[in-house]
Design a protein. Structure first.
Length: 244
């Protein structure tokens, strides 16, 4: 009878382990503009992110734009192909300029522009707010699926306009950010880790601005400094990743 007991115990442990693995769901979220996508960005995403997180669901938010201007990056009327995001996933969400402006009053944030930096007024501030909005919107898109099928345990958030050069496994760290360009704060361009930490990174920005400005006392809203404030209670890990 001892062997029957051992067999039953083995089946129980195996079944429990399978249930735990199955429940450890993950999601990859992509945000921002879609630039140089089929020829540069998408191949790097497939090689360095998707290949190492093959079981994750993929979501994206972008803006329905055909061009963009960003003097800080030397872009003036640069071409944008927003429909190319469909090459990555069909779990998408879109905004137009009109829908963004209806949701966010960028003139409010321009009052806190960091003039003593290399930012360009008002484009740099406007673009930061558009990025924040895109991050919240892709989180919203993910949450729709999570409401029906259960919460994700791990989440990675990545820009849709950068080329990756480092392999990324979102199960490797609990609260990872890139270890470069912190500018006396924390890099705000990428995150991966546990759901609860990712949620702070993705959804806490707009609600924390007033507290940041009150505590900071400078009247300036700078992206990396604000990120350090936002993630103050999260065990952030700076990891060596490369993208541009």
């Amino acid at each position: 009878m001892l062997w029957l007991w051992r067999l039953w115990l083995l089946v129980l442990v195996t079944s429990t382990t399978a249930t735990i693995v199955e429940s450890s769901r993950c999601a990859l979220l992509f945000f921002g503009l879609v630039k140089r996508f089929p020829e540069l960005v998408l191949p790097s995403i497939r090689k360095h992110i998707l290949a190492h997180n093959a079981d994750c669901d993929v979501f994206a938010h972008t803006y329905q734009l055909t061009s963009t201007t960003n003097p800080r990056n030397g872009e003036f009327g640069s071409r944008v192909e927003w429909r190319d995001i469909a090459l990555l996933t069909n779990r998408t969400l879109f905004d137009t300029t009109a829908s963004f402006e209806a949701a966010r009053n960028v003139s409010v944030f321009r009052r806190y522009f960091p003039h003593q930096t290399d930012w360009h007024y008002p484009t740099s501030m406007d673009n930061m707010i558009k990025q924040w909005h895109s991050i919240e919107r892709v989180w919203e898109r993910m949450s729709r699926d999570a409401a029906a099928s259960g919460r994700y345990e791990r989440v990675g958030l990545f820009r849709s306009d950068v080329v990756c050069f480092t392999d990324i496994d979102i199960s490797a760290h609990d609260a990872a950010i890139p270890d470069f360009e912190h500018w006396s704060g924390l890099n705000d361009r990428m995150f991966y880790g546990r759901y609860e930490h990712a949620k702070v990174w993705a959804t806490g920005r707009f609600s924390q601005v007033d507290d940041y400005l009150r505590i900071n006392g400078t009247g300036i809203l700078h992206s990396e400094s604000f990120m350090a404030f936002l993630m103050r209670d999260v065990p952030v890990q700076r990891v060596p990743v490369c993208f541009h």
